[in-house]
Design a protein around this ligand. Structure first.
Ligand code: GRF
Length: 201
């Protein structure tokens, strides 16, 4: 039986699309059960509709607290028997409600070589710092900011004439290749966590 995943996203959804495309191309054997999106007008919501993926679209302002909407999300994840939560540009803080329920079963993609440049605008942070090499990290989610055990990283050179836009194009291309690949390793049972150390068989 295929691994059942939910993707959480807030914006463009190029990573969501890459996962959908990999599944449709037969390269990734998972079942995308749900898109969770906190911005109902975001392009990712239209992508889900086109792909025939059910979406839970919500507005945080309609809830009394983060925990309140996360409880509702958790209920949906349980109804759909979701095995793995895939954060793909989900721009909200995750509380212990979801982190604890999905400990070791929630992953994120971040556009830097963690632990460098966690948090927002990682590509801009790296450029401003002047690094010559940056990258993409896929990691498990813990209670901290982009701080969980690292599953995979890919590096790329920063060019002297790079802008945030040109660097982002190359970073996104790497993300769209790496994320479906990492999900396929998890789906195949190849990934194990031992403290901070993640091994791939
Ligand atoms: C990606 O750069 C990802 O690393 C970061 O947010 C961005 C999402 O892009 N977490 P998209 O919405 O998948 O196009």
């Amino acid at each position: 039986m295929s691994l059942r995943i939910a993707v959480f996203a807030s914006g463009n959804g190029s990573n969501f699309q890459a996962i959908v495309d990999a599944v449709q191309a037969g390269k990734l054997d998972v079942s995308i059960e749900l898109l969770v999106c906190d911005k109902p007008q975001a392009p990712v919501a239209a992508r889900a509709q086109r792909a025939g993926v059910e979406a839970f679209l919500f507005k945080p302002k309609d809830y009394a607290s983060r925990e309140a909407y996360e409880q509702e999300i958790l209920q949906k994840l349980r109804e759909k028997q979701v095995d793995l939560v895939v954060l793909a540009g989900y721009m909200r803080i995750i509380t212990p409600v979801l982190v604890e329920a999905y400990e070791g079963r929630m992953i994120n993609i971040h556009p830097s070589m963690l632990p460098s440049f966690p948090g927002i605008n990682a590509i801009g942070q790296a450029l401003q710092y002047g690094v010559k090499v940056t990258g993409v990290t896929v990691h498990y989610v813990d209670g901290g900011l982009d701080s969980g055990p690292i599953i995979a990283q890919r590096a790329l050179d920063v060019f002297a004439d790079d802008t945030e836009e040109t660097l982002a194009v190359r970073i996104h291309a790497i993300e769209q290749e790496l994320y479906p690949e990492v999900i396929s390793w998890i789906a195949a049972g190849k990934v194990s966590i031992n403290g901070r150390n993640v091994t791939i068989d």
